[in-house]
Design a protein. Sequence first.
Length: 72
Amino acid sequence: MYNEKEILKQFGRNVKAERVRLGYSQENLAEKMGVNREYISRIERGIQNMSLLKITVLANYLETNIQNLLRF
């Protein structure tokens, strides 16, 4: 069973992998989403929790299926 910290960290690793696959910097992704770079950094480090709707938006910006972000 996963605990909350493990889930957030794995989600962050998945987000980073998809971002890097597209060749985006944290700054590029943040600008596209209309958020600051620190927000993206916090997601990738497993500190920031996101709502399901925001995860869907993030998946769209990363041009990936939501399932790729929610692999645990």
